[in-house]
Design a protein around this ligand. Sequence first.
Ligand code: GLU
Length: 380
Amino acid sequence: MSTSTPIIRPEWTKARRIVVKVGSALLVDRATGKLRQDWLDSLANDVARLSKAGKQLILVSSGSIALGRQLIPLPKGPLALEQSQAAAAVGQIGLAHAYQELFRARNLTAAQILLTLGDTEERRRYLNARQTMETLLAYGAIPVVNENDTVATSEIRYGDNDRLSARVASMMSADVLVLLSDIDGLYTAPPGTDPNAKRLDEVRAITPEIEAMAGDVGSELSRGGMKTKVEAGRIALAAGAHMVIASGKVLRPLAQLEEGAPCTWFIAQSDPVSARKRWISGQLEPKGSVWVDAGAEKALGQGKSLLPAGVTRVDGQFDRGDVVVIRSSEGREMGRGLIAYEAADAVRIIGKRSSEIADILGVEGRSALIHRDDMALARA
Ligand code: GLU
């Protein structure tokens, strides 16, 4: 923890994949209830410049409720769940349209992804959401994510996009998560009421002391206060993503961040790939095993994905997205991975070429049984 002068960070320079969370208070003008077009233009310029420089950007944008509630005659003040869901249904269209136009004008393609808690927490669905976003990024599109507020019910929703964006950063193995907010970082005390409050430049671990600093400074338009931001930090850091809380009240917020605007960096102690592999190898109960032949064993050693053709046997009852043990032909545990097929389908495609999968299963599937990004091999 330190409070010295801010500098441009190597974490930013090195970042290849960046998730940017945009809060409602930045997007929607409080007085008119309309989108803040100048600000959005400046954000889109930032995104276009970074994407031209080779960075992959994912936006997590709030604003559907704040925007939609102006368009149907909802009461002022706090909304009931069904009222905010109705507002979100109305507002999300406008939001998606705004991003489409903003990016189109800069020769970029916006892609809307609406997620529920289950899509990020259930492993089977998690793989689907991740694969879709990977594909979009590979084609150069900019995913614009929000919670699917119209269907998410109170018990099973995030409710705030701070934590949602951290889960997206973790799911996508992002290098950096930027929370653009109406406050420029984490303060030792609420800055509005305590004149001695100091902004921290850097946080290296979410300690009880840091948690205690996260008062509750949410505004009425946005859900997240500092508390959800610190929780987001915990999720991001565990996934090996650095997180930065920066002011979005300025124009060109990402350029300003690069130029050293005041902010708080939460520094992850490991990188996304090692964090993900550690998660795969350590925390989950394997549900089965796949046995590979000598050719596949060699290919895995060279960092390749595991194709059905190289598998001689599968054991266990597993679902798509479950963790299985990868075994050599002698039964030695080579590592673990998230399997892309459920057991019944896996049995049918092993030993076969990936091009035959569609004929065998009747549906187009993934070419790999376990993708290399979903695999943690023990060091030989
Ligand atoms: N998903 C909500 C919306 O689009 C916003 C949640 C938040 O403010 O963090 O309005």
